[in-house]
Design a protein around this ligand. Structure first.
Ligand SMILES: Cc1ncc(COP(=O)(O)O)c(C=O)c1O
Length: 368
């Protein structure tokens, strides 16, 4: 029997394929010591301070979490110089993406999404009966600001910016960002997803929260604890916006959307300077090592402002083939075919050991 009442727009969604978990690869291929550099996670593990805080919080798990996120919101508002009422916590920043769509879009409304960019934007817009309006990145992988502005219609409600952009690792520089923000009409909200912002080294990188302080009204700036802070498994992120827009997002979210372990872990991770510095250093040094090794192999790649980057495996092979061959050798990378990039894989910077293993195995498959 087939169930007939699922909306067409749900049936048409191509499911998101997350990076393969290490355990699955070890089970399927019987390869111990696999490395995963596919999901832009922190390769150094979890902030030790966060681990301690989680241990302390465990004994309170009989209680519901603090639905207002009081301590964390206060801490974040002190860090950002905003009011706690401007902050909305989420079960990962992905939940903020979903909340923005459910709060600000009706079925049939449009969201402008660049391509290639984070796939979750389109999937989540479609899941709500909205219409993704796709604007291709320019040839140099920068955002097509004019293209985005021209795509705005009376039905547009959201514009998604991934800055740095997943999967290209490129940023929207300050001038382009301002042109976009200033040129956006009042009925449209820009969602500035800065999941990888802490890794950026360019000094031409705009901070969305600064623009909110300068009285930009139609902006939601997203941040996550999943990347720099190593808390991807706990699921916590947040959005900063105006108190008015935050109030609408708050109405739509589940009252206990962020669990107590995530809240205390996030608070502790914010203070873990040693872990933060170690992570940033590992990323800088890892990128230098990987760029150098790929250059020597004559393999082309996209330099990044984040903790991941694209590598062109064509013409030797397709992304699918590279993914499968590396998997058999115990290295999990991301096949970019689902992003429409059949010639590219994406990797994140790993530990020095993981980076060396990746280079060794990539050489191995390319020489076959
Ligand atoms: C651009 C971008 N935004 C958001 C997320 C989701 O992060 P979170 O774990 O906070 O939901 C990711 C995760 O890969 C991402 O690449």
């Amino acid at each position: 029997m087939t169930y007939r009442f699922v909306p067409r727009y749900v049936k048409d969604i191509v499911p998101y394929q997350p990076g393969k978990p290490i355990e699955e690869v070890e089970r399927e291929f019987g390869i111990p010591n696999s490395v995963k550099i596919a999901s832009n996670e922190n390769p150094l593990g979890v902030s030790p301070r966060a681990v301690k805080a989680v241990r302390r919080t465990l004994k309170g798990l009989n209680r519901y979490p603090d639905g207002s996120g009081f301590y964390l919101k206060n801490r974040l508002s002190a860090i950002h110089g905003t009011r706690p009422e401007s902050i909305v916590l989420g079960n990962g920043s992905s939940e903020l993406i979903e909340l923005a769509i459910r709060t600000f879009m009706r079925p049939g409304d449009e969201a402008i999404i660049s391509d290639p960019s984070f796939l979750i934007y389109s999937i989540t817009v479609k899941a709500s009966g909205g219409k993704p309006v796709i604007v291709k990145l320019l040839d140099d992988c920068s955002y097509d600001i004019d293209g985005i502005r021209n795509a705005v219609s009376s039905r547009t409600r959201l514009i998604f910016i991934s800055n740095p952009n997943n999967p290209t690792g490129t940023i929207v520089p300050r001038k382009d960002y301002e042109r976009l923000i200033k040129g956006t009409p009042g009925h449209v909200i820009v969602v500035d997803d800065a999941a990888y912002r802490e890794f950026v080294r360019s000094d031409d990188y705009p901070d969305g929260i600064d623009y909110l302080k300068r009285k930009e009204r139609n902006l939601v700036a997203l941040r996550t604890f999943s990347k720099l802070y190593g808390l991807a498994g706990l699921r916590i992120g947040y959005g900063v916006t105006t108190p008015e827009l935050a109030g609408y997002l708050e109405r739509v979210r589940q009252p206990f959307n962020v669990n107590s372990l995530a809240q205390t872990a996030a608070l502790a991770a914010l203070d873990d300077r040693a872990f933060i510095e170690k992570t940033l250093k590992n990323n800088r040094e890892g990128l230098d090592f990987l760029y150098g090794a790929l250059d020597r192999m004559g393999v082309r790649f996209m330099p990044t402002q984040a903790n991941f980057f694209l590598i062109k495996v064509a013409p030797s092979m397709t992304a699918k083939q590279a993914f499968a061959a590396l998997l058999k050798r115990g290295v999990i990378v991301r096949d970019m075919t689902s992003y429409g990039l059949e010639s590219y894989i994406r990797i994140n910077v790993g530990t020095p050991y993981e980076n060396r293993k990746f280079v060794r195995e990539l050489k191995g498959i390319m020489q076959r």
